[in-house]
Design a protein. Structure first.
Length: 352
C-alpha cells in the first residue's frame, strides 16, 4: 500500500456528456425548479416548464437566434421539433436556414416574441446562417444547454436552447425576475430519530474486552432525560414518560471538534519505547451509546418539531437497549441502576 493517488479513471469516460466547470454555477441557476410560464403563440395557449430532463427530439431543427442589438448580440441555438412546425402551420420542407424561411418563422412566432421583447427589453431575431454579416454571431460558442418542456397545440414537446455564456447570463437573470424558483422541499423524505438514553467513554481495548454479563457505568445524565439524534448531526434533549417524549429544546447542530486541516502537518509526539501500533490503536477513544429505540419521521415533521413537541416511540423491550459505536450496533444491553447512577449490563456483544 502507498499514499500515491492514482489518476482518476471512469469507465466509458469518452462517451459521457461533458460539462465545463467554469459554467457549472450558471448551468445550475438555469436549471432551478421554477414556476411554469404561460402565454400565447399563434393564437393558441402555450406553457413552458423550465430546466427539464427530457430526451431531445431527433427530428429537431437547429435555428440561430440573435439576442440584443446586431453589434452586441449574443447567440442562442434553438432546437425546434418538427412537431412545432406543424403546430405553427409551417411546412416541414421549409428551409429555415435561409432568409425567407427565417422571416416566415419569425412571423409565425411574432405573438410570442413581442411580449418577450417587452419583458426583457431586448430584441430577439431569427438569423440567416448564410448572411456573412452574422458570421461572428454564428461562430459564438454555446456551452450552456437548457431543455424546456413546452405544452402547445394540445401536446408536449421538448425544446432545447443552446446558449452562449452572455445569453445564458441574461436568460438566468430574466428567469430569476419573472419565473420564481420553487425549490423542492423533500417534505416526504423519511429520516430516523434515534432515542439515546446513555453513553460511556471506552477505548478499543476496553470495548474488545467486554463479555456478556459485564456491567458498564454510564455517564451521568439528568433523571428521566434522553437525547434525540438525527443522522449524528442534529440533537435535542427530551424528557421521557414511558413511551412518550417531550422535547425540551429545538433540534440543534452537534458541536464536533475542529478537524485537522489537510494542509497542516500533524504534530508528532514521541511514543514510549516499545509501544507498538497495535497498542496505540487499542488506546483510541470510543463512545458507546445506549439506544432505546428510534422514531421514523418525514422531513416536514422534523421541521415542525420545537420545544414542547410530543413524540411517541415503541421501546424494543423494557430496559433493553442497542449498544452503538460509531453509528453501528455492536451488541445488546439492559439498563441497570448502579448506586445513584445508571449503567448497562451487556447481554450480547459482537466478537469481530
Amino acid at each position: 500500500m502507498n499514499c500515491r493517488q492514482d489518476p482518476a479513471w471512469t469507465p466509458f469516460a469518452e462517451q459521457l456528456r461533458s460539462f465545463d466547470p467554469r459554467w457549472s454555477d450558471l448551468h445550475n441557476r438555469l436549471h432551478r425548479l421554477r414556476e411554469a410560464w404561460s402565454g400565447e403563440c399563434a393564437g393558441q395557449a402555450i406553457s413552458v416548464n423550465w430546466g427539464c430532463v427530457v430526451e431531445p427530439d431527433a427530428t429537431a431543427i437547429e435555428l440561430l437566434l440573435g439576442l440584443g442589438e446586431q453589434d452586441d448580440a449574443s447567440a442562442i441555438r434553438l432546437h425546434l421539433p418538427t412537431q412545432a412546425l406543424h403546430a405553427l402551420g409551417l411546412p416541414v420542407a421549409l428551409d429555415l436556414h435561409t432568409l425567407p424561411g427565417a422571416m416566415l418563422l419569425e412571423l409565425a412566432l411574432l405573438s410570442l416574441i413581442e411580449p418577450l421583447e417587452r419583458v426583457t427589453g431586448q430584441s430577439i431575431r431569427c438569423i440567416d446562417h448564410a448572411d456573412p454579416t452574422h458570421a461572428g454571431l454564428a461562430a459564438q460558442a454555446c456551452p450552456l444547454h437548457l431543455t424546456t418542456r413546452v405544452q402547445f397545440d394540445g401536446s408536449f414537446m421538448p425544446v432545447a436552447l443552446h446558449l452562449s455564456v452572455k445569453a445564458g447570463e441574461q436568460v438566468a437573470r430574466w428567469l430569476d425576475q419573472h419565473a420564481a424558483s420553487t425549490p423542492q422541499a423533500l417534505a416526504d423524505l423519511h429520516l430516523w430519530l434515534a432515542v439515546e438514553v446513555g453513553e460511556a467513554e471506552l477505548n478499543v481495548a476496553e470495548l474488545y474486552s467486554l463479555n456478556p454479563g459485564d456491567v458498564v457505568m454510564l455517564d451521568l445524565w439528568p433523571a428521566a432525560q434522553v437525547r434525540l439524534m438525527v443522522n449524528h448531526r442534529l440533537c435535542a434533549r427530551a424528557s421521557q414518560d414511558g413511551t412518550t417524549l417531550k422535547l425540551l429544546e429545538t433540534l440543534m447542530c452537534v458541536n464536533f471538534p475542529k478537524e485537522l486541516s489537510v494542509s497542516q502537518a500533524p504534530t508528532i509526539n514521541p511514543t514510549p519505547d516499545g509501544q507498538s501500533l497495535d497498542t496505540r490503536l487499542d488506546d483510541l477513544p470510543l463512545k458507546m451509546v445506549c439506544q432505546a429505540g428510534s422514531i421514523e419521521l418525514t422531513l416536514a415533521q422534523l421541521r415542525e418539531l420545537g420545544e414542547g413537541s410530543l413524540l411517541s416511540f415503541t421501546e424494543q423491550r423494557q430496559d433493553s437497549v442497542d449498544l452503538m459505536v460509531n453509528g453501528r450496533r455492536v451488541g445488546l444491553g439492559q439498563l441497570v441502576r448502579i448506586g445513584p447512577g445508571l449503567g448497562v449490563r451487556v447481554l450480547s456483544i459482537a466478537t469481530s
